[in-house]
Design a protein around this ligand. Structure first.
Ligand code: IFM
Length: 518
């Protein structure tokens, strides 16, 4: 099975740690002038917000402190599956949140997207609230609000409490619905007076494909020949089962929020999905159909049930009885169970027809999709994504046309570079510039986009690459005991953009921060 393993594996190119020395001089040939657009061209907050994203395990650290218990991500990292890196310390935001919030203020962020660590708030995932966990999130939220930064909170970002995975298999069991809803209830009750934007799940489609089919993400469930090195799992059924339980858990939590909290807290609840835009590799009818199927299997797997109460037709056809069905009550619960969709868009891929996979005796989700996908840029020597903002425009237009133009946030978008490379991250500036400009185009074309969050604010522990790649506006040298946050050029660019100022940094060997607020 070469083929479709490419599907997500392209994200996890085998990478080398190369410590390219950091160049702090910023002695640059800039000439950047203005942006061609500015912050003020977008609606002002609260109608549209610009921010940055993170997730608990990737930034908090303090993994075994103050009552937090392990999540499946801790287990995965400690099994050495992240090139030896773990989130034990990460960016230490648990202890440095005040400093980080001040940096957000200085940068000009209007919103911060972070996730709650379920097993920090409720040790082992079920039972009493952990007072120290509660205090941490109250402190973080209060700090953000006191500085005028909107908190956008995700409830699950790949970090299911390990205890629930041990007890009943986590997302493959319907028992998760009750536990997730109880956890969400704690969050709404404790934080909902201040948090107005709730996202139940971060990119369940990627999580499930990596964690339950191919097996290279936590909780490492898969079966041969589709995935390797898993001690348990069934790639032919579990990805479908897990998404089904994600959707039912989301819908249950959303129903609770809408019935019990929304009228008094006046917030919004949504779900996040990861999506590429796909283009046919050739103009053949088969490849064109493959690009459409890629959208159905990738994006619509999650979003179609939310809008129409059922899975896409081609998924039902190709997966047959391995795809769970919604009862009519479940369908009614899932349908319309969101106020907004959060979208993680990074780049555009080629789709090739692979209908031959449908002849296999046994199939997983990837074989059912009958596509092969591959990056536009085949040069795998670079960590960086090809910059395809036009794909984001196409994707947002597709969502507008096919899914009723929902309220939408770009929850993640950012350039991947080699960690420990250069603070002069021009490709990230080019990437952000292109995508923000595209977002302006789609808004002008009537898309209901309400916000943009770059992934990521800080250089975090990366799910696929550990400490080998990074997406942050701020570099952190993990060998520095102070974990000092150092602005990359992209931090300056984003800051200038957010402040409606021109980006005209000048050489200043004395201080890399010096021109930051000029
Ligand atoms: O770091 C991840 C994040 O946890 C989920 N979305 C993609 C990011 C970059 O790979």
């Amino acid at each position: 099975m070469v083929l479709q393993l490419e599907l997500l594996l392209f994200l996890s190119f085998i990478t080398l740690i190369i410590g390219i020395p950091l160049n702090l001089s910023l002695d640059l040939e800039l000439g950047a002038g203005d942006h061609g657009f500015k912050r003020a061209d977008f609606p002002a907050p609260p109608d549209f917000v610009f921010g940055a994203s993170s997730s608990a395990y990737q930034v908090e650290g303090a993994a075994d402190q103050d009552g937090r218990t392990p999540s499946i991500w801790d287990t995965y990292a400690h099994a050495g599956k992240m090139h030896g890196a773990t989130g034990d310390v990460a960016c230490d935001e648990y202890h440095r949140y005040k400093e980080d919030v001040q940096l957000m203020v200085d940068t000009g962020l209007e919103a911060y997207r972070f996730s709650i660590s379920w097993s920090r708030l409720i040790s082992n995932g079920r039972g009493p609230v952990n007072p120290k966990g509660l205090q941490y999130y109250n402190n973080l939220i209060d700090q953000l609000i006191s500085k005028g930064i909107q908190p956008h909170v995700t409830l699950h970002h790949a970090d299911l409490p390990q205890a629930l995975d041990d007890e009943y298999g986590g997302w493959v069991s319907p028992q998760i619905i009750k536990d997730f809803t109880a956890y969400a209830n704690v969050c709404f009750a404790q934080f909902g007076d201040r948090v107005k934007h709730w996202t139940t799940m971060n990119e369940p489609n990627v999580f499930v494909l990596g964690g339950y089919d191919i097996g290279f993400l936590p909780p490492s469930r898969c079966s041969a020949p589709f995935g390797v090195n898993c001690s348990r799992g069934d790639s032919t059924t579990e990805p479908y089962l897990a998404i089904h339980n994600f959707l039912l858990s989301h819908a249950s939590a959303a129903a609770l929020y809408k019935q019990t909290y929304q009228h008094k807290q006046c917030g919004f609840i949504g779900i996040n999905v990861f999506s590429y835009w796909f283009i046919p590799r050739t103009e053949t009818h088969q490849d064109q159909a493959a690009a459409q199927r890629a959208m159905d299997f990738y994006f619509s797997w999650v979003v179609h049930p939310l809008v129409y109460g059922e899975y896409p037709g081609v998924m039902k056809k190709n997966a047959g009885s391995r795809l769970p069905t919604f009862t009519s009550a479940e369908s009614a619960l899932v349908k319309g169970s969101f106020d907004f969709i959060g979208l993680n868009y990074y780049n555009t891929l080629y789709a090739d027809d692979n209908s031959a996979a449908l002849n296999l005796q046994t199939r997983d989700y990837v074989a059912d999709s009958a596509i092969k996908i591959s990056p536009l840029d085949q040069d795998r020597s670079t960590f960086e994504y090809p910059i395809t903002p036009w794909g984001m425009e196409e994707l947002l237009e597709y969502i507008k046309q096919n899914y009723g133009n929902p309220l939408l946030y770009i929850h993640e978008n950012g350039q991947r570079t080699r960690r420990n490379s250069s603070l002069e991250d021009w490709s990230r500036i080019e990437y952000l510039h292109g995508h923000i400009h595209s977002l302006l185009n789609v808004i002008r074309n009537g898309s209901n986009a309400r916000g943009y969050f770059t992934w990521s604010f800080l250089d975090t522990l990366e799910l696929l690459d550990g400490l080998e790649s990074s997406y942050g506006l701020y570099y952190i040298d993990v060998d520095d005991p102070d974990l000092k946050r150092q602005p990359k050029l992209s931090a300056h660019w984003y800051s200038k953009f957010l402040k409606n100022k021109n980006f005209t940094p000048r050489s200043d060997p004395d201080a890399d921060q010096h021109y930051f607020f000029q």
